[in-house]
Ligand binder design. Structure first.
Ligand code: ADP
Ligand code: MG
Length: 238
């Protein structure tokens, strides 16, 4: 599905990614954990075609990331900030973003109700987006990221700043998305959600992946909880 080989990013002499490699198979969810400044957002910006890589190779289903128009149809992206227009209703936002992807009207009409159901936003179809709660706004951003039926979803700290109850609702939604067969890569600072949602975890520090394994193996090797293991791995590598 996604294959990343020896990926490097150099910001005018500052090396933010020092040659990282990993892959994500169909149906897999990879969590990227790492302290601030590790390079998580840089990685997501390259994968979403916002930044150019300096060197290395990124492919999705064997299509090179340089083929940006093809890649953009295969990926969905939820950044940390809201991606939608606050003054439009939920429906109008979905309609607008579907039009950006040139999704035929009939196809959109058939698809959007399903999406609202998946994201538990059915009752909010005609609500003004800016009036939604924090958790619902995240779910709307997720709905927009899924509007063109991508094969892989990139989430940058999907539950940051969301209350504990809404976080759990988001986890349920993410689990449903996983069941629908979409691959996911997400960055998070919450070790509990990484443990719950990821098949594999990569720990990124100062531009290098220092460990990549299943949550169970990481805990077996480094600590009782993922949090304990994470702290140990990050401290040991310094
Ligand atoms: P994270 O998301 O893990 O906190 P970032 O990818 O945002 O990390 O940043 C990684 C490093 O690259 C940081 O040291 C940051 O200061 C640097 N960096 C990020 N974006 C830029 C940029 N546009 N120009 C120069 N340096 C940058
Ligand atoms: Mg970041």
């Amino acid at each position: 599905m996604l294959s990343v080989k020896n990926l490097k990013k150099d910001y005018n002499g500052f090396i933010a990614l020092k040659g990282i490699s990993f892959d994500i198979k169909e149906n897999e969810t990879l969590g990227i954990l790492g302290p601030n400044g590790a390079g998580k957002s840089t990685l997501i910006k390259i994968l979403t075609c916002f930044h150019n890589k300096s060197s290395g190779e990124v492919k999705i289903n064997n299509i090179d990331i340089e083929q940006k128009n093809k890649i953009k149809r295969l990926i969905g992206w939820v950044p940390q900030d809201d991606t939608f227009y606050h003054k439009l209703t939920v429906y109008e936002n979905l309609e607008y973003f579907a039009s950006l992807f040139q999704i035929p009207r009939r196809q959109f009409k058939e698809h959007y109700k399903e999406l609202l159901k998946l994201l538990q936003l059915e009752s909010k179809e005609n609500a003004v987006s800016g009036s939604l709660s924090g958790g619902m706004k995240r779910r709307l951003s997720l709905a927009i990221a899924l509007i063109h039926s991508p094969k892989i979803l990139y989430l940058d700290e999907p539950t940051a700043g969301v209350d504990p109850v809404s976080r759990r609702a988001l986890w349920e939604v993410i689990k449903k998305i996983q069941k629908s067969g979409i691959s996911i890569l997400f960055c998070t600072h919450y070790l509990d959600e990484a443990d719950l949602l990821c098949n594999k975890i990569a720990i990124l520090k100062a531009g290098s992946i220092i460990t990549i394994d299943t949550p169970a193996n990481i805990k077996k090797r480094y600590g009782k909880t993922l949090e304990e293991a994470f702290v140990k791995i990050v401290n040991e590598s310094s």
